[in-house]
Design a protein around this ligand. Sequence first.
Ligand code: DAT
Ligand code: MG
Length: 134
Amino acid sequence: MEKTFVMVKPDGVKRGLIGAIVARFENKGFTLVKGELMQLSREKAEVHYGHLRAKPFFGELVDFITSGPVFAMVLEGKDAIKNSRLLIGATNPSEAGAGTIRGDFALDVEANIVHGSDSAENAEIEIERFFGKG
Ligand code: DAT
Ligand code: MG
C-alpha cells in the first residue's frame, strides 16, 4: 500500500471543511494514518512551494498557506498518489470536474482548498517535512 501526503489548506480549515474533505478520502477507500492541525512557518512554506519560487504569485501563495492552520495528513491506499490526485482534481478549480474535491468545494486557484503530493518521491519528502522521520 502506498502512502501520500495531503493537507487541507487554511481556506478549508476556516470554512469548517476538514471533516467533509477527510470523508471524501475515506469514502474512496483511503485510510487516515496521521492527521494534525498545524501552523506552517514562512520558511517551511517557502521550501514546500520551492518549485514555484520564480512565479509572480509566489509571495501571495506563501502568505495564503501561512494565513492560518492547515490540517496535514498521511493517507494510505492503493496507488495513493495517483488516486488522491484524481480525487483532488485540477489545480484550477474552474477546470476541476464535478465530483472532485476542488471541483465541488473551490472556485479560486489561489484558494483551492487542498494539497496532495504529485509523485512518490515528493510524498516521501513531504511526509518527512510535516511529520518527521518514521
Ligand atoms: P497542485 O497544487 O495542483 O499540485 P502546483 O504544485 O502547480 O499545483 O501549485 C501549487 C499551488 O500554487 C496551487 O495549488 C495553487 C497555487 N497556484 C498554482 N498556479 C497558480 C496560478 N497560476 N495563480 C495563482 N496560484 C497558483
Ligand atoms: Mg503541487
